[in-house]
Design a protein around this ligand. Sequence first.
Ligand SMILES: Cc1ncc(C[n+]2csc(CCOP(=O)(O)OP(=O)(O)O)c2C)c(N)n1
Ligand SMILES: [Mg+2]
Length: 324
Amino acid sequence: MTDSEIRRGIYERMYRIFKVDETMRGLIMKGAVSVIYYSARGQEGVPSGMSAALRDTDYITTTYRGMHDTLAKGAPVGEVIAEIIGRVGGTCKGKGGIMHLSDPRIGVMATSGIVGGAVPIANGLALRSQMTNSDAVTVAYFGDGATNIGAWHEALNMAAVWKLPVIFVCQNNEYGEFTPRMESMNVKEISSRADSYGMTGVTVNGNDPDAMYEAAAAAVARARAGEGPTLIEAMTYRFMGHVFGVDTMEYMPKEEMAAAQANDPVPAYRARLINEGVLSEDDMAALEAAIDKEVADGAEFALASPAPDASETYTDVYAEVVPA
Ligand SMILES: Cc1ncc(C[n+]2csc(CCOP(=O)(O)OP(=O)(O)O)c2C)c(N)n1
Ligand SMILES: [Mg+2]
């Protein structure tokens, strides 16, 4: 059973993600900001469990639907909101947005809007760790749809052959844009795709953060020990459609959505921690109040931050290489 401190940390991450998502959706709905936003509501348990097994010095790559992955890794709330709404206070000075959210200070190295695009980049990060004898591991987060992309298969093959310290985490939310997963692939378990590459593959309930953490800890230990990559398929669900506010979600069966909402991972984990005596109702209320304030302050900071100046258009585009 996962240690109490770890479980508390997992819930803190989940609730922070939940609150930032709620805030983002609120800002969009009331017209305070006008941005494209891919909500990961319903998927909070996956990176929250995963990140509890990671260090600040480990790396992640993710997708446009990766605000939760970035927050779970430890990026500051205000700077993440500012980045998504295109303000200079953002982690990329407001020039990346949700499609290119990154924060190298805590190992969030790349976000790609190209489906599967950041998966080979995760291999590059892992290769560097291997070549420099660092024990840092890299997590590549992506969706179910990404596992139909050629670069994804090439990346898994290379990682297995070179025993790279990388963990491939598929957030299987059953949809790629507006297409149900089983209309675009003929395998029930995406984890079985690991077999083709001689890699360990597991399917876990991504909405059960304890199960997610156990799978994460095993994969991280394997990677740090030089035993190579793991594919984790985390089963979850996408509550808000593809693009928030635009997608009417008519293609998602109502009963399927109702069943997923009845198992909403955030209140479910909250109730589990209280029932099992990990946190009292009072501890929980204090934890949530502190995060409510952190997120309210973060949103205030982000909204007060200006848009980048046009003169910044060509700065930060290329890294400056200092000759040796
Ligand atoms: C290479 C590529 N093909 C198509 C698209 C258009 N597209 C954007 S999101 C998306 C769905 C991807 O689904 P999945 O990998 O399951 O991620 P999810 O959005 O469910 O998190 C598609 C097809 C794209 N951005 N990149
Ligand atoms: Mg998907």
